[in-house]
Design a protein around this ligand. Sequence first.
Ligand SMILES: *Cc1c(COP(=O)(O)O)cnc(C)c1O
Length: 364
Amino acid sequence: MLNYKLLTPGPLTTTETVKKEMMFDHCTWDDDYKKITLSIREKLLKLAHVSEPEYTVVLMQGSGTFGVESVLTSVIGNDEKLLICANGAYGERMGDIAEHAGLNYTIYNEHYENVPSAEKVAAILKEDPEITHVSMVHSETTSGILNDIASMAKVVKEAGKTFIVDAMSSFGGVDIPVGELGIDFIISSANKCIQGVPGFSFIICNREKLIASKGKARSLSLDLYDQWKTMDKDGKWRFTSPTHVVLAFAQALKEMEEEGGIPARSKRYADNNKLLIQRMAEMGIRPYIDSAHQGPIITTFFYPENHHFSFQEMYQYIKDRGYAIYPGKVTDADTFRIGNIGEIYKEDIEKVCDIIKEFLEQNK
Ligand SMILES: *Cc1c(COP(=O)(O)O)cnc(C)c1O
């Protein structure tokens, strides 16, 4: 099979050295293995600019959604209420999770092109004092918009509520001062900006709030507190851990440090993103999100005017030449998406734009 690089927002293209780590079958109760888990947890706290004992980390088997579901179904008690801010499919998925679990919740839907408004949330909180928790997505991968978690955090904290952030596609690629903002639970996963492979999610938790959630979980396997209790002892996972994924992730963290940490990685992503948008503009292809709110992770593009090709045709043409792009996901416009995270550099962006240019010329 022809190899190609992923211009999708996770799983994404990883290094050979990250993939190679998975050639080893590690024993789960072995001390060396447990030490790897502990060191991963330590490094994640540092990336979030927080430390023990105020904050702690839980790793959870499964994809990113399992992490979000774990938090929402573990920390909101039967006598509490969640406000979900949604401006894309991942915000709406939180609504789905809440519905399935029978949580007491309300949802504030914002148009996909707009960031959720902190003023509106302040008003909702004032009107409905039953609300105890507020959740929101940082980088809405549906559109590529980067939501303003700083102004939202301020409002949520001033109201004395718990703040939950899905930073799945931004953590590590955008610097987030978790402690300074007072975020109580922030969720991401192994296969996004840290550039590991899929298999687990991680949650950075305010320790007091985590401890307060004891006994509230509606699910056994996704019980955030129980998972933490076991893992915090000596690094042993509660149930079978994704050993190969953990080894790959430890290597990915090491490579991230070697690259220069979040400052270097976020610059590379932002540079990729700027170049991509500029090259596409030269072909008359414009982004769906306004430049003021466009995030550096993934971009939704409108098709050029009067185009006569399908996404599948364009996708196949690009894939045959070494790159995989993403279909659009916004509901109100015909679009496609290109991600620029993972082991992707300026040369890749130039190359894929050359391929698209060639394709458009042939399909006028
Ligand atoms: C990737 C992603 C998720 C998790 O999706 P999974 O398919 O479960 O990994 C959740 N939220 C956002 C914003 C994401 O980008």
